[in-house]
Design a protein around this ligand. Structure first.
Ligand code: NAD
Length: 369
């Protein structure tokens, strides 16, 4: 799977990032990394990282990648849901509710945390079903982690999303800086996080970093977002040879394969501060419609039957970017994607068939709204 392809942590990790994460040849990447912690005997030690919401779609794979690079004990996975046996075996796991400031504070102190990766959130479709809870988790929870990062001088990464844009934004392409005004509580909370993070950076010198991800495609079950169809079709298609899509066939959205998404995150976290002209960057890999994805998938599952039954997620998708402009990330810190549609489909068919299909069934993906 993904992490087998990532080379282990080395003390010259900016070089290893360049090799395994297809980073461009900008000579500045060889500069000393401000993120490295230097001991009194002048050796470099890896950062200690706390991940919130770590048992979700992104957290699980992200923890594997970071543990390969920085050591199992240096990555503390937290969530409020019950971990699998595998999650417990691979490194420290702690219960942590992001609404509990003191609980988080204790983890930061006890484990001497340097970086905080904040993944806890209610995603777009789930957020619309329970707005008060989304406000608490996505806004109050974010207030807790950002305040903690300020107090303890942590580097903090908070992902944003294509959902941070709305019907007034240019949709094809959507530039890094433009009108936002989203129409979901998820989007509103993400714009709030972007602005508060930038404010804390300028006002208090907080090392806040944020990438706006498009729909992330991986073989792990998705968390209730509007782009989930692009994961569900692989599970349902391989298992049952049929899939009912909740978006119209022509609905174009930006997407990224998990390996590229985590490459971007890893590379961005390790980019020296002086190269960052912004704290918030768009990143993407491709844009496709359900129709285009399914026609690529027919090459692998020729007897796949597709039907369409659009639901409320169609409205959300119609107000989101169709094509994401990530040229500023490519210019400033050398972001490059590796997976296009053809390669993505090939990898997903392989990953779902080998790693997921024999063990699980994805029942709930089509029933969020
Ligand atoms: N998956 C995507 O396509 C995508 C795209 C863009 C941005 N993002 C962002 O990336 C982050 C992770 O996304 P994901 O897909 O892994 O989401 P997910 O829904 O799979 O995981 C979120 C996790 O947060 C946890 N959580 C919920 N309430 C919590 C609380 N009170 N305290 C602690 N943890 C809590 C959940 O248990 C869950 O494991 C989110 O912030 C999301 O907005 C994801």
């Amino acid at each position: 799977m993904l992490c087998k392809k990532i080379i282990p942590f080395s003390y010259c990790f900016t070089k290893s990032v360049r090799r395994s994460f297809h980073v461009s040849g900008n000579p500045n990447y060889e500069k000393p990394d401000s993120a490295k912690c230097v001991n009194t005997n002048n050796t470099v030690k890896p950062p200690r990282i706390l991940i919130t919401g770590g048992l979700g779609q992104l957290g699980t794979e992200c923890a594997k990648l970071l543990r390969r690079n920085y050591g199992n004990e240096n990555v503390i996975l937290t969530d409020i849901i019950k971990p699998t046996k595998e999650s417990l075996e691979n490194g420290p796991f702690i219960f942590a509710d992001i609404l509990d400031f003191k609980g988080l504070q204790k983890i930061v102190v006890d484990y001497r945390i340097d970086w905080l990766i904040h993944f806890s959130a209610l995603l777009s479709a789930v957020g619309e079903q329970n707005v008060p809870l989304a406000v608490r988790v996505n806004i109050e929870g974010m207030h807790n982690v950002i305040e903690l990062a300020k107090q303890y001088k942590l580097r903090i990464f908070i992902p944003s999303t294509i959902g941070a844009f709305g019907p007034d934004s240019p949709r094809n392409p959507t530039p890094n800086i433009t009108v936002q005004r989203p129409r979901t509580i998820y989007g509103v909370s993400k714009v709030h996080a972007e602005l508060l993070g930038e404010y804390y950076h300028h006002r208090f010198g907080l090392d806040f970093r944020c990438l706006r991800f498009p729909g992330v495609i991986s073989c792990d079950p998705p968390g209730g977002g509007t782009t989930d169809y692009a994961v569900a079709v692989f599970h349902e298609g391989l298992l049952n040879k049929r899939y009912e899509c909740y978006l119209e066939p022509h609905t174009r959205l930006p997407m990224i394969y998990i390996e590229d998404c985590l490459s971007a995150l890893f590379q961005f976290l390790n980019t020296p501060d002086e190269l960052l002209r912004r704290r918030v960057y768009n990143v993407t890999a491709m844009s496709f419609t359900p129709e285009e994805l399914f026609s690529e998938l027919f090459k692998h599952i020729p007897d796949l039957k597709i039907t369409y039954k659009p639901d409320k997620r169609q409205y959300i998708a119609e107000n989101w970017p169709q094509v994401f402009d990530d040229s500023e990330a490519r210019r400033d810190w050398g972001w490059r994607h590796k997976y296009d549609l053809e390669r993505l489909v090939k990898s997903m068919v392989r990953d779902v068939s080998i790693n997921f299909l024999p063990k699980h069934r994805l029942k709930e993906v089509n029933s969020y709204v």
